[in-house]
Design a protein around this ligand. Structure first.
Ligand SMILES: *[C@@H]1O[C@H](CO)[C@@H](O)[C@H](O)[C@H]1NC(C)=O
Ligand SMILES: *[C@@H]1O[C@H](CO)[C@@H](O)[C@H](O)[C@H]1NC(C)=O
Ligand SMILES: *[C@@H]1O[C@H](CO)[C@@H](O)[C@H](O)[C@H]1NC(C)=O
Ligand SMILES: *[C@@H]1O[C@H](CO)[C@@H](O)[C@H](O)[C@H]1NC(C)=O
Ligand SMILES: *[C@@H]1O[C@H](CO)[C@@H](O)[C@H](O)[C@H]1NC(C)=O
Ligand SMILES: *[C@@H]1O[C@H](CO)[C@@H](O)[C@H](O)[C@H]1NC(C)=O
Ligand SMILES: *[C@@H]1O[C@H](CO)[C@@H](O)[C@H](O)[C@H]1NC(C)=O
Ligand SMILES: *[C@@H]1O[C@H](CO)[C@@H](O)[C@H](O)[C@H]1NC(C)=O
Length: 470
């Protein structure tokens, strides 16, 4: 009996190890195929990852992925006899990494709940130097826990007179954290830290960072525009009430916020006192974009207080309640005209946002990637913050009732040199790409494909099954 168990165990172990690190073009199908916008195509480039979150292209077009439970893996497009497809390599193992990733030259920054770490990364060898990492920022974990991702953005230096910074977003400690109204609590805010001339030995303490924004519940997605403005997407509160009424299904709105890094105030964006209405029409509440309070022990907090822009910086644009925006990236357009891979030129300079999807509403909402038409001249969204139509889906799960378990769960976004949009989907273990519907590889999306498992895997299954049957 014992020997049988050991043998099954050995075979099972072998099954674990025979996955090819190369997944051939056209061989990988969506676990749950999304609906794709007109003129576009989407297909999986790699699956079987544990929990892919933040993604980032390096200078050699390797896609670095924070795969939670593993560390950082690189996905590389190959066109050789041993791999016609995408190959996976483990760059570094660190089971504490959970989302954030940024690159500044050879410095690879990643985050745990508590710290931001810096590794020295070599894109040619897809490896980090031994002896790494060093701690850049520490002290972000609270004993009670709460939101645990720490999104990272590098603010580069255009020349030697400007100091590069790392910008870090840290969410609230729980759904409603009354103490976060005071910036000294350190939660629900965005800070930045100078990377040069030096980072203190052992790293900065969180409170040494310059406060860029406070009262921002959980800004998981952040990106810089060309005018040095930091755009972020905020995951707002669950189970909200207004004047004692349960308004949570369609409220509050998720927010697109902006911080002008040329004019930093550290101002409050409202949380935990003030929220933004998405749809209060059934309750005669404020209209879309209007500010309201869910109630406070502090008698001076009222809807009027929340609506006063001296007290609260209002959002630039709003999203449907609970869609859970996790990343934002601008589309730089197609570089040159030698390729037909990239998404349409008409969308150059528009912003794209991933929606991980809701849990706090019925039916579910989100579960897709949206485009926000942008006004290039003004560098703002075309729609105003009172609009409910300021964005449109480019991919989305076809049936909200099948979510969350039967749907894509978009997280990280990155454009490649060809203007294709890469998206990680954590719950399905996939990285997929959105590109032009006429691109040379668009047919992969509709091909029947081959199974994503090797013949040896099937053989192992067959062996195990037949052995058990025997
Ligand atoms: C293979 O693909 C299916 C569906 O796309 C997915 O559910 C499964 O996890 C994948 N398995 C591996 C080992 O990649
Ligand atoms: C891939 O390699 C094949 C055979 O060498 C070649 O015909 C094809 O053009 C290559 N494709 C790309 C995208 O480089
Ligand atoms: C990076 O890796 C390549 C390939 O292994 C190697 O030739 C090169 O010397 C490495 N660079 C550094 C700075 O270590
Ligand atoms: C450095 O860049 C900043 C911002 O673009 C600019 O204002 C400044 O004049 C530049 N300084 C030099 C010496 O080029
Ligand atoms: C800087 O921000 C403040 C509000 O915090 C605003 O009153 C002022 O006009 C801004 N200045 C510029 C130059 O944008
Ligand atoms: C009540 O809120 C106002 C406005 O934010 C603030 O100035 C005041 O200190 C708060 N009072 C208490 C007791 O927290
Ligand atoms: C907004 O708040 C400021 C500071 O409390 C106050 O001076 C101003 O009168 C308020 N504005 C309105 C329209 O209530
Ligand atoms: C790229 O566009 C330019 C200007 O529109 C045109 O002259 C050139 O022929 C195009 N090149 C290719 C490879 O299409």
């Amino acid at each position: 009996m014992l020997s049988k168990i050991v043998l099954v165990g050995a075979l099972a172990l072998q099954v674990q190890t025979v996955y090819s690190q190369c997944q051939a073009k056209g061989s990988v199908l969506f676990a749950h195929k999304p609906t794709v916008g007109k003129g576009l195509s989407a297909h999986v480039v790699y699956n079987g990852l544990k929990k892919p979150r933040g993604i980032k292209f390096d200078d050699l077009s390797n896609l670095l992925v924070v795969d939670v439970g593993v560390g950082v893996v690189a996905l590389t497009s190959k066109n050789s006899t041993d791999c016609m497809g995408w190959e996976r390599k483990v760059v570094l193992e660190n089971g504490d990494l959970n989302h954030g990733i940024e690159l500044d030259g050879t410095s690879l920054f990643v985050s745990t709940e508590s710290e931001v770490l810096e590794y020295q990364y070599n894109a040619s060898s897809l490896s980090v130097s031994s002896g790494n990492p060093r701690t850049v920022v520490k002290g972000m974990k609270k004993p009670e826990g709460g939101h645990y991702t720490r999104t990272l953005v590098i603010q580069p230096s255009p020349n030697s007179t400007i100091i590069p910074h790392i910008i870090i977003s840290r969410g609230s400690d729980g759904n409603v954290e009354p103490a976060a109204a005071d910036p000294a609590t350190g939660t629900a805010q965005i800070r930045r830290f100078a990377l040069h001339p030096s980072v203190p030995d052992g790293g900065y303490d969180w409170f040494q960072g310059q406060l860029l924004a406070s009262g921002i519940r959980n800004a998981v997605g952040m990106t810089l525009d060309k005018k040095n403005k930091l755009w972020s997407v905020e995951n707002s509160v669950d189970e909200v009430t207004w004047n004692g009424k349960d308004v949570h299904t369609d409220n509050p709105a998720e927010e697109l916020n902006v911080v002008d890094l040329n004019n930093i105030s550290g101002a409050s964006y409202g949380y935990p006192n003030c929220y933004t209405a998405w749809d209060m029409s059934s309750f005669s509440g404020p209209s879309t974009g209007g500010q309201f309070t869910a109630g406070s022990d502090n008698a001076s907090i009222s809807d009027a207080f929340c609506s006063n822009t001296t007290n609260v910086v209002p959002p630039a644009l709003n999203f449907e309640a609970h869609v859970a925006p996790l990343d934002i990236k601008f589309y730089g357009g197609i570089k040159g005209n030698e390729t037909e891979f990239g998404i349409t030129r008409d969308w150059t300079n528009d912003a794209f946002v991933s929606f991980h999807g809701s849990w706090n509403r019925e039916p579910p909402a989100g579960y897709g990637v949206v485009r926000i038409p942008w006004s290039g001249d003004d560098s703002v969204p075309q729609a105003k913050s009172d609009s409910k139509t300021g964005y449109e889906y480019v991919v989305q799960a076809p049936d909200m009732n099948a979510c969350p378990s039967g749907c894509i769960r978009p997280v990280g976004l990155e454009f490649d040199q060809l203007g294709r949009l890469f998206v990680s989907s954590d719950a399905t273990g996939e990285v997929f790409v959105i590109e032009d519907g006429n691109s040379p590889d668009a047919s992969w999306a509709i091909s029947t494909g081959r199974p994503n498992i090797s013949t040896r895997y099937l053989l192992s299954i067959a062996l195990v099954s037949s052995w058990i049957l025997l």
